[in-house]
Design a protein around this ligand. Structure first.
Ligand code: GTP
Length: 249
């Protein structure tokens, strides 16, 4: 096992980066933010933070706007991506509101300066907020088009020295084929970065995986639709699939 994955297996993480897709905030709706779902996510995060875990959150924006889908319909890709980044800011503010209603101090930090709405992302300041027990919601992706919020999550996790990325999804891990199309698909409990990349498994985009690989950053993919799973993942319980370096034989 690599150092990072081995450390994770023996000691619960102290600092985590939770990646929430925009779709995670949809609930049963087709568009926008379901306040009930946001409250549920916030209460699980607040519960784990109350136990002393430091949590940063990177949130996507696909519930409001998808840059890639717009570019497929003819919009300039960079413009679509910037609109997607703005969508993540709305989601971040909704998360902050829900967390602070529960009494959990939260700071929203944006990769694109919009000082009237939230703080600019400054790495050392983000770390200081985390040390003080504040949840830091990192929005506007990396601030650059052509990157995904999975890549933003990996970049931020590496920057703030999180021990693990927790990718909350609607499936319970990484499968060897799309489980919605292939019912016989098998779930991995652990998979190496290079196997994930070479099999072109769609759990995360390749840029995010290779950045994680270069920095020995473990990623746990888990099902957030099961009540309590976000809190379990944040506490370091083994759920879903662990993506880490290949185990040496
Ligand atoms: P410490 O300095 O570590 O105590 O952090 P702090 O965030 O409590 O203090 P600060 O005085 O920097 O911020 C107070 C409030 O203003 C917090 O809610 C911040 O999120 C917010 N804030 C700080 N900088 C900005 C900014 O550039 N824009 C916006 N909109 N809010 C900001």
């Amino acid at each position: 096992m690599t150092d990072a994955a081995a450390a994770l297996a023996t000691t619960p993480p102290r600092r985590v980066l939770l990646k929430l897709s925009g779709e995670a905030l949809l609930g049963d709706a087709e568009y926008g933010i379901d306040p009930g779902v946001v409250r549920k996510i916030a209460s699980e995060v607040a519960e784990a933070v109350a136990e002393g875990i430091q949590a940063a959150i990177v949130v996507g924006g696909g519930n409001i706007f998808r840059g890639l889908a717009a570019s497929a319909k003819g919009m300039d890709r960079a413009t679509g991506d910037y609109m997607g980044m703005l969508a993540t800011v709305m989601n971040g503010l909704a998360l902050q509101d829900a967390l602070e209603q529960l009494g959990q101090p939260t700071r929203v930090m944006s990769a694109i300066a919009m000082n009237e709405i939230c703080e600019p992302y400054i790495r050392r300041r983000a770390v200081r907020h985390l040390e003080k027990g504040r949840v830091v919601v990192m929005v506007a992706g990396t601030g650059n088009p052509y990157f995904t919020t999975d890549t933003a999550a990996t970049l931020r996790a590496v920057e703030v020295h999180a021990q693990v990325i927790l990718k909350a999804t609607r499936v319970d891990g990484v499968y060897d084929a799309d489980p919605e199309k292939h019912p016989e698909a098998q779930r991995y409990s652990r998979i190496g970065y290079t196997e994930l990349l070479s099999n072109r498994l769609q759990a995360l985009d390749a840029t995010a995986v290779s950045l994680a690989m270069d920095n020995d950053m473990p990623i746990v993919v888990f099902d957030m639709t099961i009540a309590g799973n976000i809190a379990r993942a944040v506490r370091g319980e083994r759920i879903g699939t662990l993506i880490a370096a290949e185990e040496s034989r």
